[in-house]
Design a binder for this molecule. Structure first.
Ligand SMILES: [Ca+2]
Length: 86
């Protein structure tokens, strides 16, 4: 589990570092991350869907996702697709 958490953090930093602040994801960075890393778990990756996803995760409404805001997405996809409830 520790290795998996480390992987999540390093992927987050990889995408967060592409532009602007390297500790937060912009909408475009989120789009790149979801498209490349979660293609089967987040089915709809068109721009309007990413916008809606961004709004739903951006708790402090600063237009950026910090790690704890991003973490909710992992929880959501795990809940939806990870067979938690079998
Ligand atoms: Ca935010």
């Amino acid at each position: 589990m520790e290795a998996a958490i480390g992987e999540l953090v390093s992927k987050f930093k990889l995408y967060a570092g592409k532009e602007g602040s390297s500790s937060t994801l912009s909408r475009d960075e989120l789009h790149k991350l979801v498209t490349a890393e979660l293609p089967n778990l987040v089915e709809n990756t068109d721009v309007s869907a990413i916008d809606a996803l961004m709004k739903s995760l951006d708790e402090n409404n600063d237009g950026q996702l910090n790690f704890s805001e991003f973490w909710q997405l992992i929880g959501q996809v795990a809940d939806k697709h990870g067979r938690l409830h079998q």
